[in-house]
Design a protein around this ligand. Structure first.
Ligand code: GDP
Ligand code: MG
Length: 831
């Protein structure tokens, strides 16, 4: 099918070199990660290779390279182009990692040939370009279908011979027309060294669609932005430098009818060719959570069942199979003996099509246009002719410079409002349910350790946490809807400028919003960020977004100590968290990521009407982590804390109280009411004494000096420590430690009362209240900023690695202490 009038038939590969003979590597063909892997094994241009064992039809082939032995499969060896050399030349030739004159001489003509394929839409000026470069006279016409197959021409540039193939024009690289099939097949089989994508600058949105398919194919690419004169005449502007950075390949403006820019294109081609091994930035088009998941599943199946060995990019094959491309499916079928990949791909396609109620190929194209629109919105401004505005009309409003931000704020306000007002009802039901459960267990079980464990440990601890579940679910439900409609992508767009100031990417905005619900899914949501710097910066600053688990503590403290301006106090806490995350991100960026400056396309996916089912599925995905945390970490932590506080049960002092209680009970001289009151008081004192004497109490006293400068007493210190497990536990711990009267009908108000009346029992402030509004505020600041929680830290470790986990642990805790100390100092200055 492919017309091979070029000289590629004479190309020799490592697989053709017989046993005992030598070759010097000219180039590696194949997709990026494959080249990279071979390079790591030492297969680079200019390196010499000896064939140790190469039996025809036998795999693998063994080679000696850089003094070591490696084996390659035949299919891999075919991707390594070589020139054969005699033993004598090989023995005298030493490669030191740089191309010397000697290398050039050995490689000869083979090393000086760059094979380039012209790919572009019909009428974008490919043939004009080709004619200009090669001096040939192919027919140029303002109609499509002129070029029917590959015409090959040659162009000497610097000391290279550039071999250019003019391919038929296509709008796409699928399987619908013979031209499309032909071009795709050409790229996959002939493996040009560089694909030169020619795009019509006066019709970017449509032309760049083809580009997205080339990006998926992961081929080395340079773009000629042709018809640049037209773009300028229309008064449009395009930020080429940014676009080039977004796409990850060089872009050169050209006017091929006049020959403008052609030398620059050739120069970029040679640069890219010479640095192919270093060229690592490869952009992925993000197809959204659902599709990406399916792509990963198909890829995984390929990894297990296929032996493609770098012949094709598995991501590309997976995307095409998901979209249902028959030719690619057939191709993969040749490598796949039991057809399992096709089966898995079919299943995934069915899932996607059912969920979106749309053809998978259409969904994939939609995402590609989203990528193009996102890139253009950032780099392209329309001049006089407004008719070709590359954006949806709704986008004109939603991402408008003036309207976008207020609309976003409104949506967020609405979302949080719904979370807390709607969530308040089920929260109250759950609270009364657990209250009832505690009562029942108290009545049914005999006094003793088991009852205590169940009621004060498990039901109080896990129940308290459970009551937050409705809020979390509602928040995630709204976030899922915003994501599914495509609005979140616009939100990222609106926030991008602001986020850039913090050294972050607009896409970080979504994880931050999720972070107000729970850090764990927020950390996982950073996976949509392509670049490691952005991911790390976002991950380590997410803990400062006050998660909903901290809210009960704020509520408790604010209603106890701030009568006026309650909303303001709460807002100030949230804002402080945001400010800290900005400061942190700026500092870490300066310190650790100075030289990394990458931009990525923010896809603007098509708007969709969200389905209830999808929103539920996505909500569930996000909530699962939270539920797991409750069933494991929180349960275990509550039991441990309970045990540390329950034991030991006896000490001379405690037994002294018990004896006095018995004495009072036996005292016949007291009236009944009098006796009950005195017993209640003694019991309260006894339990206070017991807690103080417990392991938890002793530990709290031991670490109390750390918290003393902040104005915190040891009970606060212990509550903070218990919050390591989960922030929800802090309030529960305080309830126990400040031995609020458990019989008061409204638990939290009882706790508030005992907080207000709690005084220092020792030290310089003896007798004075522990909680002043300033101390209370400092305490909230500490809770806001310190160690996120075990579950979040585990997630951070999984996503960012050990080093960053340790950083987060120490940094957040240090910042919390310093900030609370600052509050303390200010209080001294003010009072
Ligand atoms: P192909 O279909 O991609 O091979 O495109 P052609 O090379 O046949 O060009 C199509 C038409 O566009 C011809 O009339 C060319 O003269 C014209 N053309 C090519 N390049 C440019 C350019 O950079 N600017 C302008 N204004 N016209 C061009
Ligand atoms: Mg043509």
């Amino acid at each position: 099918m492919i017309n091979k009038e070029d000289s590629s038939k004479q190309v020799l590969t490592l697989a053709d070199v017989p046993t005992g003979e030598y070759g010097v590597i000219v180039r590696i063909t194949g997709h990026g990660s494959f080249r990279h892997r071979l390079m790591e094994m030492g297969f680079v241009r200019g390196e010499k290779v000896k064939v140790i064992r190469n039996a025809p039809l036998r795999d693998p082939i063994e080679y000696e390279i850089m003094g070591g032995h490696v084996s390659l499969r035949r299919i891999e060896a075919r991707r390594v182009e070589v020139v054969p050399v005699t033993e004598e030349i090989a023995n005298n030739y030493l490669f030191h990692g740089t191309i010397t004159e000697e290398t050039e001489r050995i490689l000869g003509k083979a090393g000086k040939r760059i094979r380039v394929a012209l790919v572009g839409n019909p009428n974008c000026g490919k043939t004009s370009f080709f004619n200009h470069v090669t001096g040939m006279r192919e027919k140029v016409g303002n109609y499509s279908g002129v070029t029917v197959d590959a015409k090959v021409g040659y162009h000497p540039f610097r000391d290279y011979t550039i071999e250019i193939a003019d391919l038929p024009g296509t709008y796409s690289l699928t399987e619908y027309t013979p031209e499309e099939l032909y071009v795709r097949q050409y790229i996959m089989d002939e493996r040009p060294d560089i694909v030169l994508n020619i795009a019509d600058a006066s019709n970017l949105e449509r032309n760049l669609f083809l580009t997205t398919q080339l990006i998926d194919m992961n081929v080395p690419m340079v773009m000629a932005l042709n018809m640049y004169d037209e773009l300028e005449r229309n008064g449009d502007t395009l930020d080429i430098a940014t676009l080039s950075e977004l796409f990850g390949f060089p872009i050169v403006p050209t006017v091929s009818s006049r020959g403008t820019g052609i030398d620059e294109v050739m120069a970029r081609i040679v640069d890219l060719y010479e640095n192919l091994e270093e060229h690592t930035k490869h952009v992925h088009i993000n197809y959204g959570v659902d599709l990406e998941k399916s792509i990963d599943i198909i890829k995984e199946e390929m990894r297990e069942h296929l032996d493609l060995s770098g012949a094709y990019s598995t991501r590309y094959l997976a995307i095409e199979m998901l979209a249902g491309d028959k030719v690619i499916t057939e191709l993969v079928g040749k490598f796949d003996d039991d057809g399992s990949v096709a089966k898995v791909a079919g299943e995934q396609r069915a899932i996607i099509e059912k969920r979106y109620n749309e053809d998978a190929a259409t969904i994939v194209s939609g995402a590609k246009y989203g990528f193009v629109r996102g890139a253009l919105l950032e780099t392209y401004t329309q001049g006089r002719d407004k008719s070709k505005q590359p954006a949806y009309s709704v986008d004109k409003i939603l991402t408008n410079r003036w309207l976008g931000f207020p609309i976003l704020v409104f949506f967020l306000w609405f979302m949080f409002q719904m979370t807390f007002t709607l969530g308040a009802y089920p929260q109250a039901w759950l609270e009364s349910f657990f209250g009832w459960l505690g009562d029942v267990v108290t009545r049914v079980l005999p006094d003793g350790i088991l009852k205590n464990l169940l009621v004060d440990g498990i039901i109080a601890g896990v129940g308290g946490v459970c009551s937050f579940l409705p809020n979390i679910l509602i928040l995630f439900f709204f976030i899922s809807i915003l994501e599914d409609t495509g609005y979140m992508a616009r939100a990222a767009f609106i926030m991008d400028k602001l986020m850039h100031r913090m050294g972050l990417h607009g896409k970080s905005f979504i994880p931050y919003i999720i972070g107000f619900g729970c850090s764990v899914p927020a950390v996982m949501a950073t996976r949509t960020l392509e670049n490691r710097k952005d991911r790390i910066l976002t991950i380590i600053t997410i803990p400062f977004m006050s998660c909903s688990a901290r809210l009960p503590l704020y509520t408790l403290i604010i209603s106890a100590f701030f009568v006026k301006h309650q909303g303001l106090v709460l807002t100030s806490i949230y804002l402080l968290g945001i400010v800290m995350s900005i400061v942190t991100s700026l500092i870490v960026k300066k310190a650790a990521f100075q030289n990394e400056r990458d931009q990525f396309v923010m896809e603007l996916p098509p708007y969709r009407i969200p389905t209830f089912r999808n929103a539920m599925v996505h909500m569930w995905d996000k909530s699962v982590q939270y539920l797991k945390k409750m069933g494991t970490v929180i349960l275990v932590a509550t039991v441990i804390i309970w045990a540390l506080e329950y034991f030991p049960q006896h000490s001379p002092q405690i037994d002294g109280y018990t004896a006095r209680i018995e004495q009072v009970e036996a005292d016949a001289g007291l009236s009944e009411a009098d006796r009950d009151a005195r017993i209640a008081q003694l019991e309260l004192d006894r339990s206070a004494c017991q807690i103080e004497n417990s392991y938890l109490g002793r530990f709290g006293k031991f670490i109390a000096p750390v918290f003393r400068p902040l104005g915190f007493d040891w009970q606060m210190g212990v509550s903070i420590i218990t919050g390591f497990a989960a922030k929800e536990i802090v309030v529960a711990s305080m309830g126990v430690l400040y031995h609020s009267d458990a019989e008061a009908d409204e638990h939290s108000s009882a706790l508030q009362r005992s907080l207000r009346t709690h005084t220092w029992s020792s030290g310089p402030d003896i007798g004075k209240p522990v909680f002043t509004p300033w101390v209370a505020y400092g305490f909230m600041v500490f809770i806001l900023l310190y160690f996120p929680c075990v579950a979040a830290v585990t997630a951070i470790r999984r996503e960012a690695g050990r080093k960053w986990m340790l950083f987060v642990i120490f940094y957040t805790t240090a910042v919390a202490w310093l900030a609370a100390f600052a509050v303390r100092l200010i209080s001294f200055a003010v009072v």
